[in-house]
Design a binder for this molecule. Structure first.
Ligand SMILES: Nc1nc2c(ncn2[C@@H]2O[C@H](COP(=O)(O)OP(=O)(O)O)[C@@H](O)[C@H]2O)c(=O)[nH]1
Ligand SMILES: [Mg+2]
Ligand SMILES: [Zn+2]
Length: 282
């Protein structure tokens, strides 16, 4: 049988198939390779043994999770967003083939000015949805919940409230996943997926509240390729290899001055470029 690992407890792995939970162990030859939450596996339902791990789309180390499809990056007006962190998260997603979605939470109290500003900065970068966990106004969030998803964002933006709001909505949560124990006080090391109907999985991890640049494993020369909002404008740079660092011959810089590229996005790009240049990779 085929299933998705939703829980890992030492060397036991749980899957939920045909309305039944199976607790499995991995075959010897799979033990070295490791089995992770999010893995799609083939297992023997009589012996409760994992035979095979299907090829992964991605594998994240901290927190440990495989095959992540979407990351909901949550922000709100208060506490004030750290847009450098947001930009790092978006970049991380693009590198690992995860779809980033920007969630503006607390829309029951955000000012219009704030929401407009965020939409202006990010409209050419990623999908934006506006919700309120407090007033249970989050249909857009549920619609976008598909595949293996996770919440990310700095502390106090409402990540736990969103998970709670989903539970309160009485969405059907399957199997022993409906147990509410430990919700809210997760560590970064243990990940469980909550499974909702129709292939909707949401990781309960709080592990994406910061993002160490060392996890961004790219050559700094390639950084510019992960900025969809720079792409079209960068065709006007004099040199194809332009990294948009200097005024001279750079159309991205020029358009930033004119306000056609977000000043904040640009400044955070330069900051990140310099950080990546100084990371020693072995
Ligand atoms: N006004 C308002 N407050 C919210 C909303 N969502 C969460 N909060 C509040 O924001 C604070 C932090 O929420 P929490 O879920 O703990 O954030 P987390 O640290 O990201 O998990 C709490 O006091 C919540 O009640 C919302 O949609 N609107
Ligand atoms: Mg929380
Ligand atoms: Zn340039």
């Amino acid at each position: 049988m085929k299933g998705i690992v939703y829980k890992k407890n030492a060397d036991k792995f749980s899957v939920y198939v045909n309305e039944k939970t199976f607790v499995l162990t991995a075959r010897k030859n799979l033990k070295d390779q490791g089995v992770f939450v999010g893995d799609v596996i083939d297992f023997d339902e009589n012996e409760n043994i994992i035979n095979k791990i299907f090829d992964r789309k991605n594998l994240l180390v901290r927190p440990p999770i495989a095959n992540l499809d979407k990351m909901f990056i949550v922000i709100c007006e208060v506490p004030k967003p750290d847009l450098y962190l947001v930009d790092k998260m978006i970049l991380f997603c693009f590198i690992y083939k995860i779809q980033p979605i920007l969630v503006i939470n607390k829309c029951d109290e955000n000012s219009l000015g704030f929401v407009n500003e965020i939409e202006n900065i990010y409209k050419n970068v990623l999908k934006i949805i506006k919700i309120s966990a407090k007033t249970q106004n989050f249909e857009d969030f549920l619609e976008n919940l598909e595949g293996v998803c996770t919440l990310a964002g700095q502390s106090a933006v409402g990540k736990s409230s969103i998970i709670n709001a989903i539970f309160n909505e009485n969405l059907e949560v399957i199997g022993d996943l409906s147990k509410k124990v430990d919700r809210g006080k997760q560590t970064t090391r243990i990940v469980t997926l909550y499974k909702f109907d129709k292939n909707k999985y949401l990781a309960d991890t709080a592990g994406f509240s910061k993002l160490d640049e060392r996890l961004i494993d790219i050559d700094y020369h390639d950084l510019k390729n992960y900025y969809p909002d720079f792409l079209e404008i960068s065709k006007g740079c004099k040199y194809r290899t332009c990294m948009h660092e200097t005024k001279k011959d750079c159309n991205v810089f020029l358009e930033k001055e004119k306000g056609n590229i977000s000043k904040i996005r640009y400044e955070n790009y330069i900051k990140l470029l310099n950080v990546l240049k100084n990371i020693k990779r072995y």
